[in-house]
Design a protein around this ligand. Structure first.
Ligand code: C5P
Length: 241
């Protein structure tokens, strides 16, 4: 897979016009976009539909965490829409994950379309070890939970997980080379780190085995988004060699 298929640009803005401005500026440099809670909850499905009409790939990052029927029916909506990927919380349980995959597969077959990739959110990377143990109430190390939940996601039929670069080696070891691992927290050496803590460069992410990277502010916050995306793609290519 080439770098262009591995770069997902996060459209973390609140209006359709801001999103369109970014997409227009990037032209054909970027093929894949992430629509998350900020944009989706502001403008609804229209931005995902607009991207699909323009021939772009769409990752819907709404992190479903609900009972099996609700999560799977939400997944059915996005399957019908034709999105490329969406995600669920692994903490929603095996039954929820399996129901979501099975329903999406049935809808895809009956609509004659491809099933979206469905990936799991394991332990949010914003949580510290202390919060994980004392507030969320789990024992043990976060990394062990990430490994166990990644395996469970795979058993339930999910195609992959979202994970920090730090977690990549252990997930690859547990789930193999074909499991999708989407990695945020990416910063080229020339970009500001913003609020991201454990950052890696685009090249390092590729070398560590990320299937795809999610990049937001270093691209849409740049004075020349297209040039920023080009530089990131070139760094990714270096890591893929
Ligand atoms: O602007 P930046 O490149 O930091 O954006 C990263 C994107 O990845 C944001 O949309 C953020 O919500 C998402 N993300 C993250 N860390 C996670 C999961 C998702 O930064 N653990």
């Amino acid at each position: 897979m080439k770098a262009i298929d591995r770069l997902i640009v996060a459209l973390d803005v609140s209006t359709a016009s801001e999103a369109i401005k970014i997409i227009d500026a990037l032209e054909d440099t970027v093929k894949y976009y992430k629509v998350g809670m900020q944009l989706y909850n502001s403008v609804g499905p229209k931005m995902a539909e607009e991207l699909l009409t323009r021939g772009k790939k769409v990752f819907i990052d709404l992190k479903f965490h609900d009972i099996p029927n609700t999560a799977s029916q939400a997944g059915a909506v996005f399957t019908r829409m034709g999105v490329t990927m969406f995600n669920v919380h692994v903490a929603g349980g095996y039954k929820m994950m399996k129901a979501t995959v099975d329903t999406a597969a049935e809808v895809a077959i009956s609509s004659g379309i491809e099933r979206p990739k469905i990936i799991g959110v394991t332990v949010l990377t914003s949580l510290s070890q202390e919060e994980f143990n004392n507030e969320i109430g789990f024992n043990g190390k976060i990394i062990e939970k990430v490994r166990a939940w990644s395996s469970q996601a795979q058993e339930a039929g999910l195609d992959g997980v979202v994970a920090s670069a730090q977690e990549l080696p252990i997930i690859r070891q547990a789930c193999g080379p074909d499991f999708i691992v989407v990695t945020p927290g990416i910063r080229p050496a020339w970009a500001a780190s913003n609020d991201q803590q454990r950052i890696v460069t685009p090249k390092e992410a590729m070398q560590l085995g990320a299937s795809q990277i999610v990049v937001g502010r270093p691209i849409y916050g740049s004075s020349d988004p297209k040039e920023a995306a080009r530089k990131i793609l070139a760094e990714m290519e270096e890591g893929l060699c």
